[in-house]
Design a protein around this ligand. Structure first.
Ligand SMILES: N[C@@H](CCC(=O)N[C@@H](CS)C(=O)NCC(=O)O)C(=O)O
Length: 221
């Protein structure tokens, strides 16, 4: 038996939680390696950067990282895809003629998630108001895109539902009623949470409920 794969990330949800949900859903045994915040809050990256980052033999050292046998990689979305391809092929749409749709929506959701993180890092009231004004129409478009589908891309759950769920969830931590006029998105959250493997994980002692973001952010949620 080889060593267990390792997912390395801060002890926050951030860019890693969709990956953690995917691994738990697929029942992959892995080490969920947390990097804590033992350095002073204004320099919380110090220990990771000086002690761990240089030793991991990663092409582009960063976190989250994923080490699984020969695979030593960073970049959260490629990690999500890699895990789905290796452990959950049924979660990867296989119709190459619609691959463009999959990649388009993936990129669209990543932008939404990054905008949220940027807001938290540079937070002020004006930015928050502007953020809501820009973000809500994007969610409206996502709701239209899902339409009557059971899941984001159709009747089958895909790896992108993991990314969508986590992106939606993090926005509800920012503003609990953010999706009050977008019932299809609220429904996606509850249906995802009701998947047996996800519901078990959510109530297990392993599950990290928060925080969403690292201590470097102005808005600490
Ligand atoms: N594009 C990368 C971004 C990764 C990233 O920004 N990591 C942040 C936390 S979310 C970090 O603190 N990295 C540690 C470092 O820069 O050493 C991804 O999607 O994984």
């Amino acid at each position: 038996m080889g060593e267990k794969p390792v997912l390395g990330y801060w002890k926050v949800r951030g860019f890693a939680h969709s990956i953690r949900f995917l691994l738990k859903y697929l029942n992959v045994e892995f080490e969920d390696k947390y990097y804590g915040f033992s350095s002073p809050p204004d320099d919380y990256r110090k220990e990771w950067r000086e002690t761990h980052r240089p030793t991991l033999q990663l092409d582009f050292p960063n976190i989250p990282y994923w080490i699984d046998g020969e695979v030593r990689m960073t970049e959260s979305i490629p990690i999500l895809r890699q895990i789905a391809r290796k452990y959950g092929k049924e979660l990867v749409p296989s119709d190459s003629s619609t691959q463009w749709r999959v990649e388009m929506v993936e990129s669209y959701i990543v932008d939404i998630l990054i905008s949220l993180h940027r807001l938290m890092y540079f937070y002020n009231d004006q930015l928050y108001q502007d953020f809501l004004k820009e973000q809500l129409p994007k969610f409206q478009k996502l709701q239209e895109f899902i339409g009557d589908n059971k899941w984001l891309l159709g009747s089958n759950l895909t790896y992108l539902d993991f990314l969508l769920y986590e992106t939606l969830y993090q926005h509800t931590v920012l503003k609990a009623d953010i999706f009050q006029d977008l019932p299809r998105l609220t429904q996606h959250i509850s249906e995802f949470e009701a998947l047996p493997a996800i519901s078990n994980y959510l109530s297990s002692p392993d599950f990290l409920k928060g925080p969403v973001i690292t201590p470097g952010a102005k808005l600490k949620i």
